[in-house]
Design a protein around this ligand. Structure first.
Ligand code: C5P
Length: 218
């Protein structure tokens, strides 16, 4: 692997997206939000009337996704969907389609194509295990279930969405279970990944910790 990759994996609402994005900015690296691809596949399937449990159908949708990432903008068939893919319902759909092996296979090369000079920070569930197993730095970023539920709750309120802490806690739990229990690319901490528990840590401290590991490894 010629292009250096920092793989950041972890459960939902652990803060890994924000942290990974800031690490990428600090290093001048590209950034891959792999979860966005599963969300896009779920949204595109819904729009095409393909049920989330139709493995062949969703894999076909995933293979032919017409998507463009342009800074903050995410375009699906040239229409802005950066807000539409962030709803709870699409999050649930994403975690359902992500359990289907053919869907994961359909998105694999698209993810690897993000590894461009001078480097990439990629976040998801299987960045270190499947997509970029040669990554020189792997981080497992997590936080306690209570802290993650609260972060998601505040995020939804800040967006003006309705939020119920009990429902969010249950939803996060169900999604984590699905991500950990599935047979393909389950979420797990790899033996060669650095554990970063951000329960009592702010974003900046988490960013600095990863940058420190990166410097130590180079
Ligand atoms: O990270 P995010 O919550 O946006 O991801 C949405 C869903 O996509 C996750 O719940 C997970 O099931 C799935 N996913 C995955 N592998 C990745 C990234 C996301 O299975 N690398």
């Amino acid at each position: 692997l010629l292009v250096p990759v920092i793989a950041v994996d972890g459960p939902s609402a652990s803060g890994k997206g924000t942290v990974a994005q800031r690490v990428a900015a600090a290093l001048g690296f590209h950034y891959l939000d792999s979860g966005a691809l599963y969300r896009l596949a779920a949204l595109a399937a819904a729009r095409a009337g393909v049920p989330w449990d139709d493995e062949n159908g969703v894999a076909n949708v995933a293979q032919t996704l017409d998507v463009k990432f342009d800074g903050e903008h995410i375009l699906l068939c040239d229409s802005e969907v950066s807000t539409a893919i962030r709803t709870e319902s699409i999050g649930v759909g994403a975690s359902k389609v992500a359990a289907l092996p053919q869907v994961r296979a359909a998105l694999l090369e698209r993810q690897r194509a993000f590894a461009q000079v001078p480097g990439l920070v990629a976040d998801g569930r299987d960045m270190g295990s499947v997509v970029f197993p040669q990554a020189p730095l792997k981080v497992f970023l997590t936080a306690s279930a209570g802290v993650r539920a609260e972060r998601r709750y505040k995020q939804l309120l800040a967006r003006g969405e309705e939020a119920d802490l009990t429902a969010i806690t249950a939803d996060l739990h169900a999604r984590d279970e699905r991500d950990r229990a599935r047979s393909v690319a389950p979420l797990k901490q790899l033996p060669d990944a650095h554990l970063l528990d951000t329960s009592a840590m702010d974003i900046e401290a988490a960013v600095q910790q990863i940058l420190g590991w990166w410097q130590a490894a180079n």
